[in-house]
Design a protein around this ligand. Structure first.
Ligand code: ZN
Length: 312
């Protein structure tokens, strides 16, 4: 009788053992293939990360059929740039040293005013610096580096003011024609400021302010690219309107004082250029008023919460 015989139980044990070996083999195969997949995904993520497609601290792989197959051991950044996906990442790979560390923004106690001077250095810079020194006040200079006396930057730096990038050329049509063109101009200003002061600037102000008629088409890309690189930009909430032609020192002071309206943080727009003699004349009056109103006057650094324009 086969069923129940010793031979039957022997065969049953063989069958169970064979089934176990098969199941273990299947398990090992699945484990190996998942490790290979994870490794593959990691390489893909690293490749993406290396060219900087991080958004909000999260790696977002480009979801597209066929891309998977292109990422393998031999995939380099230049391969990715030459692929069909290059329009997404070309400018992100430009100027790999154009990055700055972004600290946490600090809450400031009390009322604080930031005097900001655009477009310098100029024939007025020394006069402005002398007034600031006399009043023991620190300010922020958003400078233009083409055709200007960059030796003046050293004194601005030495006397405790902040130097931020405004532009190299300040030519709207050129710098706002593409993100690449903006970065190209910015990088020139950035390196020239470093060469003159041995300090890399960490903040900037867009020529014309962050929202202007020239950058409409690239505004979103431009702002996110500069923030991705760690650079904060500062617009203003008080304009002295000293760029208006034939404005007097009295009107400049009045433009500042009447628009304060109890705001706790003021970023005041002024200009440092050859023809801005009225701005220089107005400066002591502006400082006097701010001190009387109990504002602390300070230079901007990148821990200051920016005042930025926004589309309604
Ligand atoms: Zn300007």
């Amino acid at each position: 009788m086969y069923l129940g015989s010793v031979r039957f139980y022997k065969h049953l044990i063989y069958l169970v053992l064979l089934a176990l070996i098969f199941l273990i083999g299947l398990g090992l195969y699945k484990l190996c293939s998942s490790i290979t997949m994870a490794n593959h995904d990691l390489k893909y993520a690293l490749a993406q990360n290396a060219v900087g497609t991080e958004e909000a601290g999260k790696i977002e792989p480009i979801e597209s059929e066929g891309m998977e197959g292109q990422v393998d051991d031999s995939m380099s950044i230049s391969d990715i740039l030459e692929s069909d996906y290059s329009p997404l990442i070309t400018y992100q790979s430009l100027y790999p040293d154009l990055y700055t560390e972004l600290p946490l923004l600090k809450e400031r106690e009390g009322k604080i005013a930031y005097l900001t001077f655009d477009d310098g250095p100029s024939a007025r810079t020394l006069e402005i610096l002398d007034i600031l020194k006399e009043e023991n006040v620190k300010a922020t200079f958003f400078v233009v580096t083409e055709n200007s006396d960059l030796e003046l930057l050293e004194r601005i730096q030495r006397e405790g003011h902040t130097i931020g990038v405004h532009s190299n050329s300040h030519r709207y049509l050129q710098i706002y024609s593409s993100v690449d063109d903006f970065l190209d101009d910015f990088y020139q200003a950035y390196t020239k400021i470093y060469d003159a002061t041995s300090v890399y600037p960490q903040i900037f102000r867009f020529p014309g302010g962050s929202i202007n008629a020239h950058n409409l088409g690239i505004y979103q890309e431009l702002v996110s690219e500069m923030l991705r690189r760690g650079f904060l930009y500062y617009d203003w909430n008080i304009s002295s309107q000293d760029a208006v032609s034939k404005v007097s020192a009295g009107e400049i002071i009045n433009n500042v004082t009447r628009n304060i309206r109890g705001q706790k943080q003021l970023v005041i727009l002024l200009h440092d250029s050859r023809d801005k003699t009225e701005t220089v004349k107005a400066l002591p009056g502006i400082i006097k008023f701010l001190k009387e109103e109990n504002y602390t006057l300070a230079p901007i650094d990148n821990s200051v919460k920016p005042i930025i324009f926004s589309y309604k």
